[in-house]
Write a protein that binds this ligand. Structure first.
Ligand code: UDP
Ligand code: MG
Length: 320
């Protein structure tokens, strides 16, 4: 018997791309079902992350026209990672394997066959890794590379050049459901799960239509989350910095005493001003780093739900 595949696609204001995405996925999954590689009960689960445009109306229509499409509507915008998690957690109850991808057709859907092959070959997690970053701007390419290096240095285990295009088996999703953190950074959590994994490389293309839903500000916040949710090294660096500055201040004290001894007491105004500003700046910076973690703890202890489901349209019985 073939396994049931669910594709989980978070959508936030994606009315421009959805019709085309749906058309291509209907063909793709139709072919795979006809070839017998996946079950006719496989579905595309479109998660509406509190969109302000007609995304949900489009999803509802897709669902009534074709049982291949299921829809999950979140009560309000929760962000890409939470929307993805909502979809994954919903899909795991009826699927054997789930693939997560973006709505904008940047991830090559022809790779789905290879994901599924790897699953049948025994992998629980299959990572989609971009083979090149030709479609990115020079700015994004260099910052991304620097970021991966930095994460590694911070001791965060992460698959380089992998975004959220991946397959997970039901077993892996069950394990993921036990990670209860509110500060979600799925790329960092999934490698922690373990199980047998494999990698499939693909060419990532440009967004098909519409604008990126990740402006620079959101991207930066996401990047900082990736570090502070997985590593306490920044706090340790603060301690090291404190120790170094203390050592330097001892030397400085020795020098000042010498100056006093030889009667040069009025000099040192520049040093004084310099140290006030430098130390003040460093202290604020360190407070900020520690504050970042306290903010995280604050969010975690409240244990607020990571998403709230408004509506689910999923026809699990019909075969397509
Ligand atoms: N997305 C979402 N909620 C948000 C922001 C984005 O569900 O608050 C979805 C979006 O619809 C898309 C995916 O996350 O399917 C990735 O976003 P996008 O393609 O805009 O990011 P980029 O590829 O530019 O990094
Ligand atoms: Mg995109």
């Amino acid at each position: 018997m073939q396994s049931i595949l669910y594709l989980v696609i978070p959508c936030y204001n994606e009315q421009e791309v959805l019709p085309e995405t749906a058309r291509r996925l209907t063909c793709k999954l139709g072919e795979m079902i006809a070839a017998g590689s996946i079950s006719p009960k496989s579905r595309v689960l479109l998660v509406d992350d509190g969109s302000k445009d007609d995304t949900w109306a489009l999803i509802a229509k897709l669902h009534t026209d074709n049982p291949l499409f299921s829809g999950l509507k979140l009560a309000h915008n929760q962000g890409h990672q939470n929307a993805l998690l909502a979809g994954l957690m919903t899909a795991r109850t009826c699927a054997d394997m789930v693939i997560s991808m973006d709505a904008d057709l940047q991830d090559d859907i022809n790779v789905i066959d290879r994901f599924v092959q790897e699953y049948y070959a025994g992998s629980d997690i299959v990572y989609g890794v971009r083979s090149s970053r030709a479609s990115d701007t020079v700015f994004k390419r260099t910052t991304a590379l620097g970021y991966y290096r930095f994460l590694k240095w911070m001791g965060v285990e992460i698959v380089e050049n992998h975004a959220d295009y991946r397959l997970m088996s039901r077993r892996a999703l069950d394990a993921l459901s036990q990670y209860q953190e509110v500060n979600l950074f799925l790329r960092g959590i999934v490698p922690l799960i373990g199980f047998r994994m494999s990698i499939v490389t693909y060419e990532r293309s440009e967004r098909f239509a519409g604008e990126s839903k990740y402006p620079l500000k959101k991207m930066l916040a996401f990047a900082i989350d990736g570090i502070t949710s997985f590593s306490v090294k920044p706090i340790r660096l603060v301690t090291t910095l404190g120790a170094i500055i203390f050592a330097v201040s001892l030397l400085e004290l020795f020098y000042l005493l010498l100056l006093k001894l030889f009667g040069y007491t009025v000099t040192g105004w520049t040093t004084l001003m310099g140290s006030i500003w430098a130390l003040g700046g460093i202290q604020l910076l360190c407070l900020g780093v520690i504050g970042e973690y306290i903010g995280k703890i604050y969010k975690e202890v409240k244990r607020r739900p990571r998403y709230v489901i408004d509506q689910l349209e999923n026809d699990t019985t019909t075969e397509v």
